[in-house]
Design a binder for this molecule. Structure first.
Ligand SMILES: NC(=O)c1ccc[n+]([C@@H]2O[C@H](COP(=O)([O-])OP(=O)(O)OC[C@H]3O[C@@H](n4cnc5c(N)ncnc54)[C@H](O)[C@@H]3O)[C@@H](O)[C@H]2O)c1
Ligand SMILES: O=C(O)[C@H](O)COP(=O)(O)O
Length: 530
């Protein structure tokens, strides 16, 4: 059945066309995002949800999204998506980090110019038939200092344009390296210096616990007198109440805001103050940007739903379509290795160590690691996937480590997974043969070459005669057909293992019969998602 996607915000028609062209069923309901109850009612039907900022993908919506695999944000900010809740449920959240950055930077520059020359008020006054030539005295931008808070994609474009306007530019961004600052031609400063030196300040940071209220009442008091503030990033970065007071007192000369603490903003302390320019979250509102983000999000979501390729996800490592094809069998192998260990382990896991050798070590290890952890966690929750597993492992305090090596032994490459609990360490290794089929090649340090099937039986025993006969007879007596029978032993330890790939689940009676022989140390039926 074709995957089904809901577009619940106003996206360009280009997105609808892309989904259709890729064979995906698409429901375009651009106003649904505003109706929380309706969204809650229908979300369970969809594999994908494409949104902008109006739809709030809350924990409640995500809990009701029983089929959802991907949320695609046609834009940058994902503060309207509960990413931890999505991750725990195995839902990928992706955005389009570059599609609207030029447009938003241009909006910030426009807003800065508008507030420098009071254009909106002059425009309204002139339309009203007044000719108030002496009322609207502005300031020049040339040689003024622009303080940029956040020098990422949008901040860097704003810096470039401001330098073109012959402004002096200083940036505060704790993650900006000196090399990058030099490359983009900006002076890197601390926040306090930026606050007291800037004639204009523009913000280009996401809304996080660290950036929330970054222009607090206390910081507004530190601003240079006559400063003008531009916010085209997110509401919540500025204490709007304190800024309104500073505007009224004349400490701040002007403000230009595109975003507000509460949106849609029908009221704000900033509304109707002189020399405050406001727009209704128009930063990304150009034909070009909307076309870019719609095309990109639809392509990314389709790729994921149809091929497993992951691009621009916030809660999962990227996997290109090419990688997804090559890595498919290795992802399956690592899931099986994890699954084997998960089914064998009944006590809490403290650590997972994964060794990647040869060919395997050259792949996307983040993805293979995520698949291994998912395999291990599936025993506790069969819905665990590569998105949710690392989050759950972290929550449980499980230490995950990976090692790469290239010992080019008997195999082109292999993966070995070791799980550590309070009681023991347990290891299993596997490889992918040239036929693309994953195989187990070592269990408990004992070499084996076992094909992996949906239903399997794993036994361990002392290396003595009579074991194979007992296994064969018991399976026959319980009407279980054996598709493949693999043995391995450690002569040094006097230990042997067997892996049987059988056509149907091994019944409890067969397990009991084998246990009753007293020949086996362990008799464990296993299932794999082949
Ligand atoms: N108004 C709009 O329509 C509109 C459009 C697009 C984006 N946005 C907003 O703009 C924001 C920035 O977008 P971007 O593409 O430049 O993102 P980005 O991730 O490329 O850049 C953000 C920058 O902020 C910096 N940063 C993070 N925490 C910081 C802190 N505590 N102090 C200072 N700097 C910090 C990061 O190091 C990074 O360089 C988005 O998160 C989004 O909320 C708004
Ligand atoms: O983060 C973004 O990309 C912008 O805030 C744009 O939001 P919008 O898609 O709702 O216009």
């Amino acid at each position: 059945m074709a995957p089904k996607v809901l577009i619940s915000d106003k996206l360009s028609d280009a997105a609808v066309q892309i989904f259709k062209d890729r064979g995906i069923d698409v429901d375009f309901q651009p106003d649904l995002g505003k109706d929380k109850d309706k969204l809650l009612e229908v979300i369970g039907q969809y594999d994908g949800l494409a949104i902008r900022s109006a739809t709030k993908a809350t924990e409640k919506i995500i809990a009701a999204a029983t089929n959802l695999k991907v949320i695609g944000r046609a834009g940058i900010g994902v503060d309207n998506v509960d990413i931890p809740a999505a991750s725990k449920k195995g839902i990928i959240v992706m955005n389009t980090p570059f599609g609207n950055s030029i447009t938003t930077a241009e909006h910030a520059i426009s807003m800065m110019m508008a507030v420098a020359r009071q254009i909106p008020e002059a425009n309204a006054s002139t339309h009203a038939g007044k000719w108030e030539k002496s009322r609207f005295m502005g300031v020049e931008l040339t040689s003024k200092t622009l303080g940029v808070i956040g020098a990422g994609n949008i901040g860097s474009i704003v810096i470039d344009r401001a330098l073109g306007l012959r402004m002096k530019v200083a940036a505060y961004d704790p993650f900006l390296s000196e090399e990058r600052a030099t490359e983009i031609g900006v002076e890197k400063v601390e926040l306090d210096e930026l606050l007291c030196r800037s004639d204009f300040i523009t913000m280009h940071v996401p809304l996080t616990d660290q950036t929330k209220n970054i222009l607090s009442k206390e910081n507004i008091a530190k601003l240079k007198k006559g400063v003008r503030i531009v916010n085209c990033a997110r509401g919540g970065l500025v204490d709007e109440e304190a800024l309104a007071e500073a505007l009224k007192s004349g400490h701040v000369a002007g403000a230009a805001f595109d975003v507000f603490a509460v949106e849609p903003a029908t009221e704000s302390p900033l509304f109707n103050l002189p020399n405050v320019v406001v727009t209704p979250h128009l930063g990304a509102a150009t034909t070009e940007a909307q076309e870019n983000v719609a095309l990109q999000v639809a392509e990314q979501m389709s790729d994921y739903l149809l091929t497993g390729a992951v691009q621009n996800a916030l809660n999962m490592p990227s996997v290109t379509a090419e990688e997804a094809k090559i890595m498919g069998p290795w992802i399956k192998l690592t899931e099986h290795l994890g699954n084997f260990i998960g089914q064998m382990t009944d006590e809490p896991i403290k650590a997972i160590n994964i060794l990647f050798d040869g060919e395997a070590s050259e792949m996307n290890l983040k993805a293979l690691t995520a698949a291994t952890i998912a395999g291990i966690m599936m025993k506790a929750n069969p819905d665990t996937n590569m998105v949710s597993a690392p989050v759950i492992a972290k929550e449980r305090g499980i230490k995950v480590s990976t090692t790469k090596q290239d010992q080019s032994g008997a195999f082109e490459g292999y993966v070995k997974v070791t799980v550590v609990t309070d009681k023991r360490e347990r290891s299993v290794a596997g490889t992918v043969f040239s036929d693309g089929k994953p195989r187990f090649i070592q269990i408990k340090g004992i070499n084996i070459d076992a094909e992996i099937g949906e239903h399997m039986l794993y036994t361990t025993n002392e290396d003595v005669p009579g074991i194979i006969g007992s296994l064969g007879m018991t399976m026959g007596a319980n009407n279980v057909n054996i598709a493949n029978f693999t043995l391995g032993r450690s002569a040094a330890k006097g230990e042997a293992i067997a892996l049987l790939y059988v056509d149907e689940p091994v019944p409890a009676a067969a397990i009991k019969a084998l246990e009753d022989t007293g020949l086996f140390q362990q008799v464990k039926p296993l299932t794999f998602n082949v």
